[in-house]
Design a protein around this ligand. Structure first.
Ligand code: SF4
Length: 372
């Protein structure tokens, strides 16, 4: 698994040291002996990055500390014409240590480096304030443009957020990861409704497509530890990737989850088949010339994204649901970005709008937590 110590250079601006996150990263950088470079303005940063790029450092080896002046807390934009779960996002970082072949970040061809935002002190206030007038449970997470925990032991973002939101029972804070970096979170006393979540795949797919991330065993080991420490957990089978015997391989993963995890501590599991925007295939063919992901036949869906044919997705989701529901009968299992027709075929549920899924998920969480 790739870690913070694998970064080759950290760039920062002196003024940023007034932020805790910047201070922690700069201290850790000095301690690990990673070269640290100061920039004075955007222009200077640009020139330094040009030189670094010429020295053949990859985008994933360069960490840039910056302030972020855009929206840090927002509703997940989802996709047109599909049922979404109305999740909320915290924009804490752009880019990732890991290098998944299917990652949509590959589409951002002009971006270079992992950009860690450091002016995040008021994030918890934004969520707490928002939850006051919100009619449902607020599910919110940091892992949209990055991996939530890839070097969280250095930034301390999860720790700060948990500490400042744990007394608010309307908030379910989710940290979604493909790492096993949770040791620094285990001793937190009041965990509130924090959910540590893992994206899972078959060992074969992890090896082929999730470069630098933790192995399946490392992820499940971490999930077991998290549950024992008192955390709620969640899992995401997304993307489910078709290949020879893939169903059997995924069933092995589910069997292993059932053997090792406490079902009472799994709040939700989401399912999503591999999908991509129309131009994606051309973009990744240069970076991953031997990938086999996009060689399957794909068809445009109602949101314009390319997907496996509907009948095949329904078959896959039904198989996953049957097995997961058998093992984890109290866990809320849902589809990520699928249309009403697929929902009806897989679960027999007639959702016409995303709010209906959100309401069901909220009700489920309220009763799940009351029962535990
Ligand atoms: S872990 Fe997530 S954000 Fe990171 S490269 Fe993989 S898909 Fe992208």
């Amino acid at each position: 698994m790739i870690r913070f110590s694998d970064i080759k250079v950290v760039l920062y601006k002196r003024e940023l040291l007034s932020y805790n996150i910047a201070k922690r990263i700069v201290e850790a950088t000095k301690k690990s002996g990673i070269p640290l470079s100061e920039y004075t303005c955007e222009e200077d940063l640009g020139s330094q990055l040009e030189i670094i790029q010429k020295n053949n450092l990859s985008s994933k080896e360069v960490l840039i500390l910056k302030e972020f002046h855009g929206r840090k807390f927002q509703k997940c934009p989802g996709s047109n014409n599909v049922i979404c779960c109305n999740y909320y996002l915290l924009n804490t970082c752009f880019n990732c240590l890991y290098d998944c072949t299917y990652c949509f970040l590959n589409s951002y061809l002009n971006s270079y480096g992992i950009v860690q935002f450091v002016n995040l002190d008021e994030l918890s206030d934004s969520i707490n304030e928002f939850s006051k007038n919100y009619h449902n449970i607020v599910r919110v997470g940091t892992g949209e443009f990055t991996d939530s925990l890839m070097f969280d032991e250095i930034t301390g973002i999860a720790h700060d957020l948990i500490e400042k939101t744990c007394s608010n029972k309307k908030i379910f804070l989710e940290f979604k990861t493909k790492s096993a970096n949770i040791d620094h979170l285990l001793d937190i006393k009041d965990k509130g409704h924090t959910v540590l979540a893992w994206t899972l795949n078959t060992p074969e797919n992890i090896k082929l497509y999730e470069h630098g991330a933790a192995t399946l065993k490392e992820r499940l080991d971490a999930a077991v530890l998290a549950q024992k420490a008192g955390y709620f957990t969640a899992f995401h089978f997304d993307p489910i990737i078709r290949s020879k015997n893939f169903i059997d391989d995924y069933i092995d993963v589910m069997d292993e989850m059932a053997q090792r995890l406490n079902p009472e501590k799994i709040l939700w599991i989401s399912l999503g088949c591999f999908r991509h925007s129309p131009g994606f295939k051309d973009i990744i063919k240069h970076k991953f010339p031997y990938e086999r992901l996009t060689t399957e036949e794909m068809f445009p869906g109602i949101d314009g994204k390319m997907r496996y044919i509907t009948s095949e997705r329904i078959k896959i989701f039904k198989t996953f649901y049957q097995r997961l529901h058998l093992y984890f009968p109290k866990t809320f299992i849902y589809l990520c970005m699928e249309d009403s027709f697929v929902w009806k075929e897989v679960f027999g549920i007639d959702y016409n709008a995303s709010e209906e899924l959100e309401n069901d998920l909220s009700q489920h969480l309220k009763s799940f937590v009351n029962c535990n």
